[in-house]
Every structure is written in structure tokens, then in C-alpha cells.
Design a protein. Structure first.
Length: 279
């Protein structure tokens, strides 16, 4: 049997036991322990103080701040919606009165090269000298030079045809003439679209000219003239060739002179300069 706080149990008799007075318990002096101290003085068992909840105050403050922000935004929107739109300040550019009358005249061909090159390309060719003949082998028809005819006049016609398509061939014009038994001249102007490549300059400088002497054409940039060594074959007259190449914008210029006797440098240079002047 368990022992009680005010008595003791022995075998055969019950003796009273004097219990000393309960000592007072000292607790911390605080608002939370006041109730426990009173219980200790009256002989009761002290109760455990309850822990205070934390964060409730901070949550209330944060909620109030959010509500205040939302309310302020709504109020500002309503106030701004009722106001008249604010006029913007004028631009800094001065006000210029609109011009009257017809607009300016278009540029002439002397000022705008595109006016000249977009016209009849045949009109830009040097005229055939009087007293000369049109050769039967001339590739141009009525002065125009088609893609097929131009490619066919070059070596490896099939490959040249494909390369000209890739180079964005647009159109061509040419003039040819013969004089005497062996002297002949060919002049060609080949125009390219040049939407992706600077084909005119590339074609003018892409000739494989070997065993030649060369000189630049004055004031022509990429213009060059060439004098080739003569081709000799038993039973035939020697074959001399002179060539000139240059480009102007989207047009490539090509000139050839053929003869059975040496061709002076001055002759091919004169033709090149005269043709470039017309471009």
C-alpha cells in the first residue's frame, strides 16, 4: 500500500507521524508565476507557466500593411481615371511649312549612273566604225547578248552557263566588227543583278590570262589591259590577241582584239578608255 503524505504504516500498529510544516517555494517574480506562488504558499503544487505564442503581432502588422497598399493603389487608380489626360509638350523640331509646287527634277544620267545603266544597254556600247563588217561568228543578235550565246562563246560552255546563273546574270549587250583579212574586235557589256554578290567586279578580274604583259587602265580602278604572246602553228599565220577588262557598278566590260600581226598597246588601251567613258 503506498504511503500517504500525512501517515506511515507499520506492522501491527498505526503510529501518528508528525509532518513538518511545508516550506514556502520561491518562484521568479513575474506576471506568469504569480498564480504558482500563491498555490505554493497555500500548500498546493505549483503549476507550470504557459509559453506565450510568438509571431501573432508581426502577422497582424504585415497584413495591415498589405491591405493598406492595396487600398492606396485602388484609390490612386480611381482618382487618376477621373482626371483629364495631361497634354504632352511639343516636339523639339521646328515647325516647317510644307513646300508648294512640283518636287525636284530627277537626277540626270550624268548624275545618276543607275538612270543610264537601267536603260537600253546597247546604247552604252562604242559604235561600230564605218567601213567595217559584222562577222558571221558574232554571238550577239541585234546588239543583245543572251545568257546561252554568251556562255557558248567561252571555253567550257556548260560550266560557264552554270557559273553565270550563280553570278546572277541579268543581261548582256555586245558589238563586233572585222576589218581587212584578220583584224577583228569584240566588245561586251555584261550586267548582273548583284543581289547577293558583287559579280561584275569578280567577273572582270576573274580571267585566267597567262603568258601576257599587263597594264592598268588609268582611272579605272580594276581596269587592266593584256597583250598575249602570239600563237603559232605550221601552215597558219601567227595569231595575236589583246584583252581589256574592267567594271562599273553592276556592269562588267570585256574587249578583245585579234590580228595576224602584233597589236599595239595603245590600240587596246584606247578602246578600253573610250568604252569606260560611256559607262
Amino acid at each position: 500500500m503506498p504511503e500517504s503524505a500525512g501517515s506511515a504504516v507499520s506492522a501491527g500498529s498505526v503510529e501518528s507521524v508528525e509532518v513538518p510544516a511545508a516550506e514556502s517555494v520561491e518562484l521568479p517574480e513575474s506576471a506568469e508565476s504569480a498564480e504558482s506562488a500563491e498555490s505554493a504558499e497555500s500548500g498546493g503544487v505549483p503549476s507550470v507557466p504557459r509559453a506565450r505564442r510568438r509571431g501573432r503581432t508581426a502577422l497582424l502588422i504585415a497584413t495591415a500593411a498589405v491591405l493598406g497598399l492595396v487600398a492606396g493603389t485602388c484609390a490612386g487608380y480611381l482618382v487618376q481615371a477621373d482626371r483629364e489626360p495631361t497634354k504632352l509638350p511639343p516636339l523639339s523640331q521646328p515647325v516647317v511649312a510644307q513646300a508648294k509646287g512640283d518636287g525636284p527634277e530627277p537626277l540626270s544620267a550624268a548624275q545618276d549612273h543607275r538612270v543610264k545603266t537601267d536603260g537600253d544597254l546597247r546604247k552604252l556600247l562604242i559604235s561600230r566604225p564605218k567601213g567595217t563588217k559584222v562577222p558571221d561568228w558574232a554571238p550577239e543578235q541585234d546588239g543583245w547578248l543572251t545568257l546561252a550565246a554568251y556562255a557558248d562563246s567561252l571555253k567550257n560552255a556548260d560550266r560557264e552557263f552554270t557559273d553565270l546563273i550563280k553570278a546572277e546574270f541579268r543581261r548582256g549587250a555586245g558589238v563586233s566588227w572585222t576589218e581587212g583579212r584578220a583584224y577583228s574586235v569584240q566588245i561586251r557589256l555584261v550586267q548582273y543583278r548583284q543581289e547577293e554578290y558583287l559579280s561584275a567586279a569578280a567577273q572582270a578580274s576573274g580571267w585566267d590570262v597567262r603568258e601576257t604583259r599587263s597594264w592598268p587602265v588609268p582611272g579605272a580602278g580594276d581596269g587592266m589591259v593584256y597583250l598575249s604572246e602570239p600563237e603559232r602553228k605550221a601552215g597558219y599565220l601567227p595569231f595575236y590577241k589583246a584583252q581589256a577588262t574592267a567594271s562599273r557598278g553592276d556592269i562588267a566590260m570585256e574587249i578583245w582584239i585579234y590580228d595576224s600581226k602584233p597589236i599595239p598597246k595603245s590600240k587596246i588601251m584606247d578602246l578600253a578608255e573610250r568604252q569606260l567613258e560611256r559607262l
